[in-house]
Ligand binder design. Structure first.
Ligand SMILES: [Zn+2]
Length: 269
């Protein structure tokens, strides 16, 4: 088996996870900027985090033979303070030229507040001005449908945004169609609790096809499973999916989307 992990918060994981992922066939890992488990008190905290994502974590991953890529932003959970958010967004352009930086993400909404929406618009503008790919986080549970609709509206209102260069992550049964109908890619996050389980993800693939979908573990500092993608591939195999079709979802699809950034180098196969 070979796969790409397109969304994992490796700064929160131990080296054993790198070993397990590489052993399971992971060929590259991509790390969106996110909440670190605590609110940072200043823009300087984000500066250091961006250095961690673009310098230190790629070096750590390389020790295990794994290519590491990143996405930059101030995440929705820390976007309530618009002044802080604009300072952090001001830091991002100088990091965009660094090797391995794929775009702006994971931006989006957490509580669907007015300030979060304002910061989302600032990020979309940043991505448009610098011709960057976008990775979007959608809210959890009961806020998800409303938040997804609000996010799609912000994206549709900016004529500079090409839908096929945006992936909306954490889709579920009730949001996947909305996202795909707008021409975006959709990501399914596999979680032992609160998000999609492997069985639900395969149901969604069975219902909606695998054309513009990918799967990720989004493993972070909380309860999560770094091998969720290969575990779901096993579930697909159990349900009779052909090896080539599984490979398309877990390996070729992420490469198709990510290769829209010139920074992403498809692994030698
Ligand atoms: Zn995430």
């Amino acid at each position: 088996m070979r796969y790409i992990e397109p969304h994992a918060h490796m700064v929160s994981r131990v080296t054993d996870d790198y070993v397990a992922m590489t052993t399971a066939g992971c060929a590259a890992v991509c790390e969106p900027a996110f909440w670190a488990g605590f609110d940072r008190s200043s823009a300087q905290g984000f500066h250091d985090y961006f250095c961690q994502l673009t310098e230190h974590e790629p070096r750590r991953a390389a020790k295990f033979g794994l290519a590491h890529y990143s996405w930059l932003c101030i995440n929705p959970k820390e976007s309530e303070d618009v002044q802080l958010a604009s300072e952090v967004i001001g830091l991002i352009p100088k990091f965009l030229d660094r090797p391995g930086v794929l775009g702006i993400g994971e931006i989006g909404l957490n509580k669907n507040s007015r300030n979060e929406l304002r910061v989302l618009e600032m990020h979309v503008d940043l991505a448009a001005r610098h011709d960057q790919l976008i990775l979007v986080h959608t809210p959890h549970l009961e806020d998800k449908l409303k938040g997804t609709r609000l996010i799609l509206e912000v994206l549709a209102n900016d004529p500079r945004i090409q839908p096929g260069r945006v992936i909306i992550d954490h889709v579920e049964e009730h949001t996947v169609r909305l996202v795909l109908n707008r021409g975006h890619w959709a990501g399914m996050t596999l979680y032992p609790i609160s998000k999609c389980t492997p069985a639900r993800a395969v149901d969604i693939l069975d219902d909606y096809g695998a054309e513009k979908l990918w799967m990720n573990s989004a493993c972070d500092w909380g309860e999560s499973v770094p091998l969720a993608v290969p575990h779901t591939a096993l579930e697909m195999r159990r349900r009779g999916w052909a090896a080539e079709a599984i490979d398309r979802v877990i390996y070729q699809n992420p490469i198709r989307f990510l290769s829209q950034s010139p920074k992403f180098k498809a692994p030698a196969s």
